[in-house]
Design a protein around this ligand. Structure first.
Ligand SMILES: [Zn+2]
Ligand SMILES: [Zn+2]
Length: 155
């Protein structure tokens, strides 16, 4: 009896292992990680350092490349400079600036941007399909959240 159970368990384990090797879990390629010193150009207009956490201390930074591509698109259509006020935030910095626990900034999926014509930028951002848009007096929060879309004003 015991050996039968062991045999069944071993067979189960084998099929489990096989199924795992057949469908390997792909790492999330959207989000890239890099150390603070990275000077890479992410897109035509944006450098990695523009998205660094503003605490000035934390090491590993993260940024969602789909977000950066969208911001590049926005910048191209706008035809003027887009300043990143806040990109990635580590937990400590997020707490210090009063960010919510579920902030998209923590994953590198959000950017608070400033440009000369925020109204025009908002229209373009809407057409580009940013999934989270927060409208503030002198900046826009744009993010690439998964799940339900979000829209808020002057929060
Ligand atoms: Zn930080
Ligand atoms: Zn934000």
């Amino acid at each position: 009896m015991k050996t039968i159970i062991i045999k069944i368990l071993k067979a189960l384990l084998k099929t489990l292992e096989e199924s795992q090797t057949k469908t390997p879990k792909k790492p999330n390629q959207r989000i890239i990680f890099y150390p603070r010193q990275t000077k890479d150009q992410l897109t035509k207009s944006f450098k990695a350092e523009e998205f660094y956490c503003k605490c000035g201390k934390c090491g590993i930074q993260r940024v969602d490349m789909v977000l950066v591509e969208k911001l590049q698109n926005l910048r191209d259509r706008l035809g003027s400079k887009v300043i990143i006020n806040s990109g990635f935030r580590c937990h400590e910095h997020n707490r210090n600036v009063g960010g919510v626990l579920s902030s998209q900034h923590l994953n590198g999926c959000a950017a608070d941007i400033w440009c000369k014509n925020l109204k025009k930028a908002l229209k373009i951002a809407e057409s580009l399909g940013f999934r989270g848009i927060g409208v503030y007096k002198d900046f826009l929060h744009l993010d690439n959240r998964e799940g339900v879309v979000a829209r808020w004003q002057n929060k």
